[in-house]
Design a protein around this ligand. Sequence first.
Ligand SMILES: C[S@@+](CC[C@H](N)C(=O)[O-])C[C@H]1O[C@@H](n2cnc3c(N)ncnc32)[C@H](O)[C@@H]1O
Ligand code: SF4
Length: 434
Amino acid sequence: MTKAVGLEKSNSEAYDSRENWPPYTYRDYPDIKAETYETFMQFLNTENTSDRLMELQPWVSVCDSRCAFCYFPTTASSKVQIEPYLDLLKKELAIYAKTKYIKTSYFDEIVLGGGTPSVLSAEQIIDLIDFCKANFNTSKEYFIKITGSSKTLALKKIDKLAQYGVYQMDMGAQTFDDKLRHALCLPDSAADVEKAISHARKLGLVVCVDLMYNLPGQTMESWVATLKKAIELDAEIDAYSLHVDPGTLLEKMIKDGQSPPPGDAEYEKEMYLKAYEMLTKAGYKAVGHDRYSRVEWHMRENCLNGWPWGGILTTGAGCFMGYLQKFSYSNIENINEYMDTVRSGKLPICRLSESTTEDMMRRTMTRLYLRLPVNKKEFQEKFNTTPEKAFPKQLQKLKENDLIEIDDNEVRLTKKGELWKGNIVWEFAPNHTE
Ligand SMILES: C[S@@+](CC[C@H](N)C(=O)[O-])C[C@H]1O[C@@H](n2cnc3c(N)ncnc32)[C@H](O)[C@@H]1O
Ligand code: SF4
């Protein structure tokens, strides 16, 4: 039976199935209205006194092809005029850069995300990063990260980016099993992905690969082989459990009987435990929501550790991870509508949420989802109460089930709690019944 380091299967039971996403994600934000846009603009005209470093995250939500499972709002590269898009992306960045809040903010990460910014040429990528560096304050030590897919990452492009000073490449490898790759419409082979990763590693870049588990037809042997390969390539790993999203090609394939469904809740859990066991044995530490890391800096990433008080300034069509303290937002997904809105001089936000103090308390508890402790002193300073007084029933229940530990300083997950961290944070969601 699968055994995670320090966690026997027999004492790992807590909920029927694992939640892989926390509450308060972009899908729940309300549509933006004229009044909320105005409130946000007023906020942007205040000073940032949070004393937290932030992440700057321009998105290029464009892909050469569509992976069957993907829920990201991307547009096919054949339908996008890249140069006008990049001009407008810079225009949006410039609107933020001129505000008082951003002028008084410091960034320790510039992360090109979205679909696959690697569809850009090395020169376009470098130009965009140069623009960010010229218009935003960076901290003394800052990191440049680029999301890319091996299908658009020619080795020469990687050479140029490494030379420029890129610190990390994030690559969606998903699986090194060619049969599964084919079934999921991943156009390049496992050997291509491997070549791109080892080339970047040889140049000294950190490579963080996205791997997916509980894919339709994925055996435990296939999952183990993929994990072994990622360890052998000395990559950082983001291990995501498949979620079959409505509207994806995979959902249709399963409905039409062209693809088997993913495994059940028990199998999904076994696969999580297998990854946890193999990766911790190989010297990785589980950090953040789904990261396994052997890179010291990843464990002290400010943007992660500052949640929910820091910020991610995200821009570009379809971006959805933006948060600036109590405001969270996502942008217009349709790339043409996005471009028209920015052209008119407006921020292209489509959903905006402003958290109340009570929501901020609940969101502070979602630090547990990121495997971070909730510091009681900071909680007291921010909310004038303690986690125990604010959430007595939830904390009692979680403690009794050996999912959390509480001492004088903090509330933190137990080893068992790590497995159920998604479910744990839902306990703090408004109107949660269980
Ligand atoms: C925007 S992609 C970034 C990587 C890049 N676009 C690529 O594929 O090479 C982020 C990651 O989300 C994960 N992902 C996408 N759809 C998913 C789904 N339905 N369930 C779980 N993870 C998913 C994949 O691992 C993907 O690599
Ligand atoms: S997983 Fe990455 S490459 Fe595939 S469609 Fe989604 S964003 Fe594009």
